[in-house]
Design a protein around this ligand. Sequence first.
Ligand code: AOF
Ligand code: ZN
Length: 359
Amino acid sequence: MNLDEHYMHRCIELARLGAGSVAPNPMVGSVLVYENAVIGEGYHRRYGQPHAEVNCLQDAEDRHQKGMTKGAAYPFRQVLQKSTLYVSLEPCAHYGKTPPCADLIIRKEIPAVVVGCRDPFPQVDGKGIEKLVAAGVQVKTGILEQACKQLNKRFFTFHLLHRPFVVLKWAQTANRKIAATGDERTLISHELSNRLVHKWRSEEAAIMIGTNTALADNPSLTTRLWPGKNPVRLVLDKQLRLPGTRRLFTDGGKTIVFNYHKQGEEGAVSYHQIAPGDPVVKQILASAYHLGIQSILVEGGAALLQSCLDEQAWDEARIITNTKMQLAAGLDAPLLPVTEILDTEQLGDDRILTCRRMV
Ligand code: AOF
Ligand code: ZN
């Protein structure tokens, strides 16, 4: 790892501290380096609040005033004039909830900026870098670019592909069954894995299930086993077979029902009509994009998961396998195509595989 990569790695670490608090904004981290020493650090902490660069420069100024950093003997402005600002995402060029970071960098006379990756947000999209270059700032881009993009995979997918980032999740037995035959709910994964699933739910903007899962399990799809916000619930109920007594409709939380028959709001439940014949998941993703939903966790059942796989409308799959459990008869797990494995983890008897769609 060279020095640029070393500092960018720190930017990514800092950015992650904003996880769960900044969406739908990206997670962004920044460090200020003077004569090979970090003299300031910052990250985007909360949606609507200052960006990483602003917090980093403020931190540098505070530390400078306390005499804590290298260069403290010189005026702060003079130190800035010899510093390099590292940031995991291109500095913004627009007036959003906060003023443009590119303008701030120029005003502070920072001569060099190192950027992890370009910002795909239409109002920025290269304009931040252009602004800096036009003002004579030396800009280096693409340092740890893949890692910086992966950090904000939801934000990038949403703005570049105009659809939410889709995570598939299912639990299966060692012989690849996801449920026993009959209406009974089958518990396959262990308590710890269930808690992990609630963490996963808290990380996505929405969670989606099909009609059969809503009928068989009557789930509430909340994050009650993990601190964090509840995602919006999406249910595919083409023929409106679900009775109004399901928890999804009675607990006051927001639910969107994708169906062939009607459109409109009924209390916390909103109906979105889709066209029979066209690929179902692609239609749902198009609607979700227009609703500003940046990511979806698809929790089943087998039919909906298989539709996502068949339509190639997914990005990541997380499969929990109870390695000690077998079911003689039951519903088969979806068929996963060849994928790129990102991670495997063992939690008790459960093995958790995370993989990515090959594009
Ligand atoms: C940066 N640094 O730390 C972040 C950036 O509404 P606003 O003003 O918060 O702007 C949100 C947009 O700004 C967001 O969509 C993304 O393009 C960029 N986020 N930019 O320079 C940061 N979080
Ligand atoms: Zn900004």
